[in-house]
Design a protein. Structure first.
Length: 178
């Protein structure tokens, strides 16, 4: 295992999550536009992940361990300024899932994010919007009748279970506000 690489990936995500929390705490997020500080950090992290991939391939569990492999996925997930790179990462994750070198849910989330950002229906139902009343609702899903079969293949619970979890989180959030 490459511990230095693992530490670097985890540090990248720690900084990402710290900045995200700071922006929420200061009231700067949520926002209608991409916050410039968040965008800058995401672009910096994506650039570094490209270098890592160029030198080592996808940083999966065998290379960096489970926590850092998840960190690499999150950097790719947050690379929204570079859709082409995100799409490349989907292909790399497909190969890594086939080798059992990353968790399948990582592929589901990234592939759905790439598709929804491109205006296409998602495959796994991992990406949610909110309805007119502020309740979670999944973005459109391609072939929704078999979505739970696809979700199960990658280790996800059913769409109905996930929707209930997200609805409960929103209920709790609303209860804390009142």
């Amino acid at each position: 295992m490459n511990q230095n690489l693992a530490d670097e990936l985890v540090t990248m995500v720690t900084k990402d999550q710290r900045l995200l929390q700071q922006l929420f705490d200061s009231g700067e997020l949520p926002s209608e536009s991409y916050h410039p500080r968040m965008q800058s950090l995401h672009e910096h992290n994506a650039s570094r992940l490209k270098e890592i991939i160029g030198g080592h391939g996808w940083p999966g569990i065998s290379l960096v361990g489970e926590e850092a492999a998840k960190a690499a996925w999150l950097v790719a997930q947050h690379s929204v300024s570079d859709h082409e790179f995100m799409a490349e990462c989907v292909g790399l994750l497909e190969d890594a899932v086939a080798r059992e070198d990353v968790a399948g849910w990582q592929l589901a989330f990234l592939q759905d994010r790439v598709r929804t950002l491109s205006g296409k229906p998602q495959h796994y139902g991992t990406q949610f919007d909110v309805d007119e009343n502020g309740w979670p609702t999944p973005f459109p899903i391609e072939d929704s009748t078999t979505v739970n079969e696809r979700r199960a293949l990658l280790g996800l619970n059913s769409l109905e279970e996930r929707l209930e979890q997200m609805t409960e989180q929103e209920r709790k959030r609303r209860a804390n506000i009142e």
